[in-house]
Every structure is written in structure tokens, then in C-alpha cells.
Design a protein around this ligand. Structure first.
Ligand code: 4LI
Ligand code: NI
Length: 181
């Protein structure tokens, strides 16, 4: 299916280009493929069959396309999507002072090793983006979906999750950081 590039590939460290509307057919197809990958990766049978590692977000730079596009598919405990969108040119328009991190740390489909530590992110964000048809969207997110969107937007800016981990004390937790999960 998709060829996911790994840490060390310079595309992962580049600032991805803003997209212009209307999108090309190829760009629209790419958005749908990113989401399809996430759906398949979260399906235990398909994941096993195709040897896919499960993810809740996949950004275009991770498939070597340096454009500002990412798919996010966050399921709840019953596997129902709580946030499912293909984001074009996503922008965080406001963010909480309060920070949050996944208690178990973060993983990334482009990073094949385990990098332990807390990844502090804004607990709440207001996000603006465009869909494949160029329609504008605005949503307030908190906790897990907010963390995933920040991880994916980082990919559009050449940032990887471990860039945020405290080098001296990976599990340092200041008073402003709440743990999730
Ligand atoms: C199977 C089916 C434990 C370890 C817990 C798995 C369906 C880690 C968490 C999933 C961890 C699904 C995830 C992310 C973490 C860890 C991503 C499992 C897929 C949990 C998603 C982008 C960080 C996102 C919570 C090192 C590939 N995803 N777990 N982090 N899930 N998943 N990230 N952290 N410790 N990464 O990885 O998609 S933001 Cl849905
Ligand atoms: Ni990632």
C-alpha cells in the first residue's frame, strides 16, 4: 500500500508546502489514501494481513509528499470515530496554556524505535483546516485528538515527537502538565 518513509529521510525535516484550491485529482486521491491507510491499520485482520502498524494520524510528508495535508482517525473505546478528517492546510488558531502528554509516550509510523518520555503538547486547541473540497472547518479539540493533531501538524513543519522530550529528564512533569490515558 503506502510507502512510509523513516527517520533520516530529509522530507521528514522539511517545511511542507501550503496547498492551493482546487486540489488536483492526485492530491485528492492522496488524501483518501492516507485515511484508507489509517482505517486498514486499525483493522486487526487487515493490519495482520498487510503487516501494518496501527496509527491514528498520517501526514503527507510521511509518504514523501511535502504538502500540508494529513489524515486523522481517532477512535473511541468502542471503535467509533471521535475525530475523522482529512486536514488540508491545518492551522492552530488558539491553544491552552495548560499542557497534556500521553502517559505512555508517543509513537510514530516513521520512527521505528521506542523513544521514551513525555511529549508536552497544548491540552486544548482551536483548529482551522480545509477539506478536500476546499470547505473551511473550525473545531475545538482537547486531550487525545488535540495531541494527535499537534503531532501531525508537527510533521508538516519538519518536527518529530522526540524533539519535544526533555533530554535531561524524559519524564519530567512540571505543574502545568497533565497526563492522559
Ligand atoms: C491498534 C488498533 C501505549 C504505548 C499507549 C492500535 C487500533 C504508546 C499509547 C491502535 C502509546 C489503534 C498510539 C500514538 C501512542 C507508545 C500515532 C494504539 C494506534 C495507540 C495509535 C500520533 C502519537 C499517534 C497511547 C511509545 C503511530 N498513537 N499510541 N502514540 N492505536 N496508538 N501517536 N502512544 N509509546 N502513532 O507509542 O498514530 S500522536 Cl487506534
Ligand atoms: Ni508521526
Amino acid at each position: 500500500m503506502k510507502n512510509i518513509i523513516r527517520e533520516g529521510n530529509p522530507t521528514l525535516r522539511a517545511r511542507a508546502k501550503t496547498l492551493a484550491f482546487p486540489l488536483t485529482d492526485k492530491q485528492r486521491e492522496l488524501g483518501k489514501k492516507l485515511m484508507e491507510f489509517l482505517e486498514n491499520s486499525q483493522d486487526p485482520k487487515l493490519a495482520k494481513k498487510y503487516q501494518l502498524r496501527a496509527g491514528v494520524g498520517l501526514a503527507a510528508p510521511q509518504v514523501d509528499q511535502s504538502i500540508r495535508m494529513t489524515a486523522v482517525l481517532v477512535p473511541d473505546e468502542n471503535n467509533q470515530p471521535i475525530f475523522k478528517h482529512i486536514l488540508i492546510n491545518p492551522t492552530i488558531i488558539s491553544e491552552s496554556v495548560r499542557m497534556a502528554a500521553l502517559a505512555e509516550g508517543e509513537g510514530c509510523l516513521s520512527v521505528d524505535r521506542d523513544v521514551p518520555g513525555y511529549v508536552p503538547r497544548h491540552q486544548k486547541i482551536t483548529l482551522r483546516w480545509y477539506d478536500l473540497d476546499g470547505q473551511r472547518h473550525l473545531d475545538k479539540l482537547r486531550n487525545y485528538p488535540a495531541i494527535v493533531c499537534q503531532h501531525e501538524i508537527d510533521h508538516l513543519n519538519g518536527v518529530l515527537f522526540f524533539d519535544h522530550i526533555n533530554q535531561k529528564d524524559p519524564f519530567y512533569q512540571d505543574d502545568n502538565l497533565v497526563l492522559i490515558g
